[in-house]
Design a protein around this ligand. Structure first.
Ligand SMILES: [Zn+2]
Length: 395
């Protein structure tokens, strides 16, 4: 046992010894002289035994003695809680569990003390990774007493870890009712998780309901819009899909790169490339980022209008120089055929390498970088903070 916990235990036990004396005086009053002496002697022996176990580095036997010696009542219960918390802070959760279990098993606790003991034991289980047991106790607290936001937060975390989205949504709803700030964003994401799970079963209308509910709770939830667009697109409802995709621009412009590919697919499915061009041109005028101009140039080039694509890129590069833009420009110049192909090829190789090694997504809260989109940041666990990095040098 480390010196600090030894010290802390000793400090905890000294008042225990003092209280044992008090206990003796309070409870042995009226008893015969000999029984009083017997009790006092027993307490003193137990205390000394406890100390000896501590010094011999046998904390479990010390706790055993301590629990036997110290009656749980109004005056000693705080000492029990203090000792258990001490163990828990030290990461010795199983010892905290034993003390809290011992408290709960005792008769004579007030309702408030019992609730506190159950809550502390629930936290012990949570810390020990015994999530099932923690859940049962937090649920019990929820069902029996007034709701505590802290209990709800533990439950929410348990359900999140177990990926039990139905129950997580239920708890998030209760936290939102309690006006806990910042819950809207999380609540909406949990509904998206629920919808994503239901989507596997093909329950389209259920998923749609959940996602629309997510948007009512948090109208800025880009994920719900993108998922709704995906549902509609799969169902062949391209107009509806386009409406959802175009809403993303008003929600958060940083996500424009995410809508371009599905947007092109939907307009092409409708055979309305004219509308697509007009819309992308409008997006480009709104300065929503280099990716929009790149997509426009790509469409031009695909239609055989390489000159047009080059003109678009030249304008964009003069305005906002970027590696991606440069990379694309060189590709189109090569496609068109120039006088100095070798030099251009070299430039292109160089720029292409730079583009390929760049990050595509970054968390705006912790800076976590990724090559694919995470709705919950793997780094800091925040929701919706990982966003597309539109360009390596531009924007
Ligand atoms: Zn992060």
């Amino acid at each position: 046992m480390s010196p600090d916990i030894l010290f802390a235990l000793a400090v905890t036990l000294i008042p225990v010894a003092a209280m044992s004396g008090w206990y003796y005086r309070g409870h042995a009053r009226g008893k015969s002289q000999s029984s009083r002496e017997r009790l006092q002697g027993q307490l003193a022996r137990n205390y000394l035994d406890g100390l000896r176990f501590l010094l011999d580095d046998k904390p479990d036997r010390a706790i055993e003695t301590f629990l036997r010696t110290l009656e749980v009542d109004e005056d000693t219960i705080e000492t029990h809680f203090a000792l258990a918390n001490l163990f828990r802070r030290r990461g010795e959760v199983s010892r905290a569990i034993r003390i809290h279990q011992n408290l709960i098993s005792r008769a004579g606790l007030s309702t408030e003390q019992r609730i506190t003991a159950v809550r502390e034991l629930a936290i012990d289980y949570y810390r020990a990774g015994l999530l099932d047991r923690a859940e049962v106790l937090f649920r019990e607290l929820l069902d029996t007493g007034p709701r505590h936001n802290e209990d709800l937060k533990y439950l929410l975390d348990i359900y999140r870890q177990e990926r039990d989205w139905d129950k997580a949504v239920e708890i998030a709803g209760l936290l939102q009712q309690a006006r806990v700030s910042g819950m809207e964003r999380e609540h909406a994401h949990l509904l998206c998780e629920q919808a994503a799970e239901g989507g596997v079963d093909g329950a389209l209308h259920d998923a749609r309901d959940l996602l629309e509910q997510a948007l009512i709770i948090d109208h800025r939830c880009v994920r719900a819009r993108l998922m709704l667009a995906g549902l509609e697109r799969n169902a062949g409802q391209y107009r509806r899909a386009i409406r959802h995709l175009e809403q993303v621009v008003t929600q958060d412009r940083a996500f424009v790169p995410e809508i371009l590919e599905p947007l092109v697919a939907c307009y092409q499915a409708l055979g309305r490339t004219d509308e697509l061009h007009a819309y992308l041109a409008e997006l480009a005028r709104m300065r929503t980022g280099t990716s929009t101009v790149l997509k426009l140039a790509e469409l031009e080039a695909d239609a055989g209008q390489v000159d047009g694509a080059i003109r678009l890129l030249l304008t964009e590069l003069r305005d906002r120089p970027s590696l991606q833009g440069l990379d694309r420009l060189v590709s189109y110049l090569l496609l068109q055929g120039t006088n100095d192909d070798a030099a251009l090829s070299q430039v292109r190789e160089f720029t292409h390498r730079l583009v390929a090694t760049g990050t595509t997504y970054r968390c705006q809260q912790c800076g976590f970088e990724a090559h694919s989109l995470h709705w919950q940041c793997p780094g800091c666990k925040a929701w919706s903070t990982v966003k597309p990095v539109d360009d390596k040098t531009g924007d």
